[in-house]
Design a protein around this ligand. Structure first.
Ligand SMILES: [Zn+2]
Length: 73
């Protein structure tokens, strides 16, 4: 099971930093995580939970759909 973006992790507001949020588990900023599972720390509870459920650390640009016409020029 592969998803391109992981944005359903619990977030918390960074105190004193307007409009900035971070993962409640690994404390990395949402802008650093950028929707990628491997944007979380390796020790992040959310990341470990997702990996346990079978999700993979794949960035969206690593997912290349199969092309039938490989002679496309
Ligand atoms: Zn995290």
């Amino acid at each position: 099971m592969i998803r391109s973006y992981y944005i359903d992790y619990p977030q918390e507001h960074i105190e004193g930093q307007a409009h900035r949020y971070r993962c409640v588990f690994c404390k990395l900023e949402t802008t650093a995580i950028n929707g990628h599972l491997d944007g979380h720390a390796a020790t992040c509870t959310y990341r470990k939970q997702m990996e346990k459920e079978g999700f993979e650390c794949l960035q969206s640009d690593a997912v290349t759909p199969m092309k039938e016409a490989d002679d496309y020029d």
